[in-house]
Design a protein around this ligand. Structure first.
Ligand code: PLP
Length: 463
């Protein structure tokens, strides 16, 4: 059991995605339209192509991955499963810590697992151009890469704070031929409106999503669609390749099912990608602790309300039943740009309500401290988002030491931080500020959802 890198042959790559919606103990509550009634799939057709809408609402447990998509994924998949031996030694823990290394994809994160699939399905549907939002720039660069490989145009609205903090991400998008603008921008009606009211706003994913949707539906040729990098069911679906590979890799070294599964969660996709295949085992009796982690500055799952809310600030998306801080929430400018989102994937939220998952939140200083421990033991520099998973893994490994328990911990190493060094600079210079969300602000931002319809089942197991 001493392997450090557990590889999977190309021929053993999973050939189907896992649709967790089918096994969720409580079925998802339907997305609602502006009239408060469940929307029909065709109502989404101005925004997404029908082949992806079909996946969004699918009731099939397994969905075939087209061979042409696998051909693209082989550029970096199957991704290695690694054992964090040096971190274990540093922590003197009896736990065995494994991580799926998603940082090896061309853009450096898990995001192209769905970007490639979405670009491919759009191309099949005759679409010529995709618009999207990006927080940290990871998703924007992943979609830029995927569009280039598949042969689509790409326009990215990048949250202003990240646009300024991460100029090199913009360059990556340009290298892959995408057009990247800071959001709020002057290029959409909604962007101009926000700029008029809040000229100095750092922006938010909610605002950028509104801009990207506005631009997609404004194209009257019908050849532009919008692409979302997280939250939706079909995005979670595409990411399950991570957990399905991990299961095969653990099996190949005769390792048992993990005791603890961890992933950071912004909209939920890298966490879900690793966790859902193990949640299946939990539903079927396995004892696994499954932990999505988030910043205390944007505590959607740990302090948000389970409610129907819009996915964007301009209220253009359908209403989704999810944990939310309110669609008007503008998170503080923390460095984990990809975790600054007011909502969360409905599938993850319902799994929390069903007691399958237990979210935790961490301060950004503690996360950078964990990222440094990681870099100084394992060697690699993680994305600021990923550090929220590492903080939890260290906590769990220390708990295992105190309890003298030989636990198996697995987490998703969702991306590298080589384009995100400005956060490390601030931390090393002692200038990083923690922003635990004040109760008063939380109440204020939740006021934006008080008149929206309420979900039928409320949270029962909130921690
Ligand atoms: C490296 C990395 N990890 C995690 C996330 C969070 O997104 P999600 O919850 O969809 O995985 C992001 C988002 O940009 C990211 O770039």
């Amino acid at each position: 059991m001493a392997e450090r890198t557990i590889l999977l042959n190309e021929r053993d790559i999973p050939r189907q995605w896992y649709n967790f919606a089918v096994d969720l103990p409580t079925p998802l509550q339907p997305p609602l339209g502006p009239d408060g009634k469940p929307i029909s799939p065709d109502m989404l057709s101005a925004v997404f192509p029908m082949n992806l809408i079909e996946q969004e609402v699918s009731q099939e447990r397994w969905i075939d991955i087209p061979e042409e998509i696998l051909e693209i994924l082989y550029r970096w998949r199957p991704s290695p499963l690694r054992r964090a031996k040096y971190l274990e030694q540093y922590l003197k823990t009896p736990a065995r810590i494994y991580y799926k290394d998603e940082s090896l994809s061309p853009p450096g994160s898990h995001k192209p697992n769905t970007a490639v699939a979405q670009a491919w399905y759009n191309k099949q549907f005759g679409i010529k151009k995709l618009t999207t939002e990006t927080g940290a720039g990871q998703w924007g660069s992943a979609l830029a890469f995927a569009c280039k490989i598949v042969g689509l145009e790409c326009k990215v609205f990048m949250v202003r704070i990240s646009f300024d903090q991460k100029p090199l991400r913009k360059t990556m998008m340009r290298v892959w031929d995408a057009n990247c603008v800071a959001s709020p921008s002057k290029e959409t009606r909604f962007g101009r409106e926000v700029l008029k009211k809040m000229p100095d706003t750092p922006g938010s994913l909610g605002i950028a999503i509104s801009e990207a949707i506005e631009e997609a539906v404004a194209d009257k040729s019908g050849k532009t669609r919008y692409s979302l990098g997280s939250v939706l069911n079909h995005v979670m679906l595409h990411q399950t390749i991570i957990g399905l590979e991990a299961k095969k890799q653990l099996e190949s070294i005769s390792e048992k099912l993990p005791d603890v599964v961890v992933g950071c969660a912004g909209g939920g996709s890298n966490f879900a990608g690793l966790a859902f295949p193990f949640a299946y085992d939990k539903i079927n009796g396995a004892k696994i602790e499954i932990i999505p982690t988030e910043p205390t500055a944007c505590p959607t799952m740990t302090r948000g309300e389970f409610a129907y809310d819009f996915g964007d600030t301009a209220c253009t998306t359908p209403l989704l039943a999810m944990y939310t801080l309110g669609h008007a929430f503008v998170p503080p400018p923390i460095h984990a740009g990809g975790l600054r989102y007011h909502g969360m994937a409905p599938l993850v939220c319902q799994a929390i309500n069903d007691g399958l998952m237990t979210p935790k939140s961490y301060e950004q200083n503690r996360c950078y401290e964990s990222a440094l421990i990681w870099a100084r033991t394992e060697g690699t520099i993680c994305a600021p988002e990923t550090s929220h998973a590492i903080a939890c893994v260290i906590e769990e490994a220390e708990k295992a030491r105190q309890e003298a328990k030989e636990k198996v911990i697995i987490f998703n190493y969702s991306g590298h931080g080589l384009m995100d060094l400005s956060g490390y600079v601030n931390y090393l210079d002692g200038k990083l500020i923690d922003y635990p969300l004040p109760e008063k602000e939380l109440k204020k931002s939740l006021a934006s959802i008080k008149d929206l319809p309420k979900p039928k089942t409320q949270n029962t197991t909130k921690v």
